[in-house]
Design a protein around this ligand. Sequence first.
Ligand code: FES
Ligand code: FES
Length: 183
Amino acid sequence: MPQTTTTVSLRVNGTPREVPVDNRRTLLDLLREALALTGTKKGCDHGQCGACTVLVDGRRELSCLRLAVSAAGAEVTTIEGVDGGLPEGGRLQDAFTENDALQCGYCTPGQICSALGMLAEADRGWPSVVSADVADDSQLRADLSTEEVRERMSGNLCRCGAYPRIVDAIRQVAGAAESEVAR
Ligand code: FES
Ligand code: FES
């Protein structure tokens, strides 16, 4: 009889976890159903909305597209862990509140995890499709324009349309001089 369950060892928000999972289960379902970390949201379940974004080994990923078994050995950070585990997690959460960057809040955990990943990508000098010079790897996060943030966050949808304030919140943490968002 084929093996259908695997015990996966991984770290979630700094805590070692060992969880038996169906080989077909996604990381999203493991987080929400096996570990009761329901901050990570299921929106489309098809990789289209960004609601399920978490950090895996420091990079943003759509947890609905990742099989849990493939995350064995990984360090996973969800919205429940960003404040204690990542220096800027708490600052982003505060910035979202200060800038009124949420309405229903459903997309917010994914937005914040994605923003953390995005800022790290900018720190690494990764260009986006709107970067003026893709060969310039010295891009500092403080230079992130409204256009850059919008493009880099375009995988995270917000049905409430809180986009302008989400951009403001992220640029505030990025260190941008002042908001250029036209409301
Ligand atoms: S639930 Fe994963 S992208 Fe929508
Ligand atoms: S705040 Fe409601 S979906 Fe974004």
